[in-house]
Design a protein around this ligand. Structure first.
Ligand SMILES: Nc1nc2c(ncn2[C@@H]2O[C@H](COP(=O)(O)OP(=O)(O)OP(=O)(O)O)[C@@H](O)[C@H]2O)c(=O)[nH]1
Ligand SMILES: [Mg+2]
Length: 251
């Protein structure tokens, strides 16, 4: 058999399960750190529960993901996960589902590892959303998850500081309501409401047009140029979050 024929025959096995994402659907990719409980608590032994070093490595990974070929209009990170909202008309990798998954997981793992100098691997899944309302629901869902994660993380570490074992702290947390968790923290000197917004709601990333003032040495006049910058929002709004995302979907 000629090689060309053999090649075509074998490629069928590689491509037979390729799926395309239909046009007009919104795509959100979610990358999640693999085994990051072990990475953060055992290998890195980070300052608990929110380490700036870890936060910054996640932020740099999001920025990398928003600059690696596809048209990402909004990036969001909380805990060990990253969500990327693609422009509705983005056609990167011909909207091939498997190609997107593998490229995104590879890019995120490489960027994070490079930044932290410690191996960090991300998995990736895609939500294929039928309309704008579902995109808004998606991000409301992840912010709610961030809120729960941060409340649990603070309670967990406070209980551990008080001498509880991993199993005891985990068990006690399971039996508490949200209000009780807030009370527990308050009794140990932490007012949850006063914690930094990025810890409670995560961080958002989006493109902004900014005016830059320069100086033209020939005409000796001030010049103004518009440039696109990747903005990092550390204080995501509570009430106008949906408006922000709606606006970004239409950019
Ligand atoms: N110390 C510390 N830990 C963090 C921070 N952000 C996330 N984590 C930890 O990362 C883990 C994320 O949870 P999961 O994604 O459910 O757990 P995982 O171990 O990554 O498991 P898989 O995702 O299923 O592989 C939790 O254990 C968090 O406590 C941080 O800023 N500081
Ligand atoms: Mg994880």
């Amino acid at each position: 058999m000629k090689f060309d024929e053999f090649d075509a025959q074998m490629r069928i096995y590689e491509t037979a399960h390729d799926q395309l994402i239909a046009p007009d659907f919104y795509v959100v990719a979610r990358l999640d750190g693999r085994g990051f409980t072990k990475l953060t608590k055992e290998k890195l032994d980070l300052e608990k529960p929110f380490a700036v070093e870890f936060r910054d490595a996640m932020a740099i990974t999001v920025k990398h993901m928003m600059n690696c070929g596809a048209r990402v209009v909004y990036g969001y990170t909380q805990s060990d996960e990253i969500s990327l909202l693609f422009h509705r008309e983005d056609a990167s990798f011909n909207r091939k589902h498997r190609k997107l998954l593998s490229i995104l997981a590879g890019e995120a793992s490489a960027a994070f590892t490079h930044e932290l100098k410690h191996m960090g691997v991300f998995d990736c899944r895609l939500s294929i959303l039928p309309n704008e309302a579902k995109v808004l629901d998606y991000f409301a869902w992840r912010v709610e998850d961030a809120h729960r994660n941060s409340l649990n993380a603070y309670c967990y570490w406070k209980l551990r500081e008080k001498g509880k074992s991993v199993a005891e702290a985990t068990r006690q947390l399971k039996s508490l309501s949200v209000a009780e968790k807030n009370e527990l923290l308050f009794s140990m000197g932490i007012n949850y409401n006063n914690l930094p917004v990025w810890q409670k709601r995560g961080m958002g990333f989006y493109w902004k047009i900014q005016e830059k003032v320069g100086f033209n040495p020939v005409s000796r006049q001030e010049t103004k140029v518009l440039r696109k910058i990747l903005y990092q929002e550390m204080e995501l709004p509570l009430t106008n979050y949906k408006q922000l995302i709606t606006q970004l979907m239409h950019t």
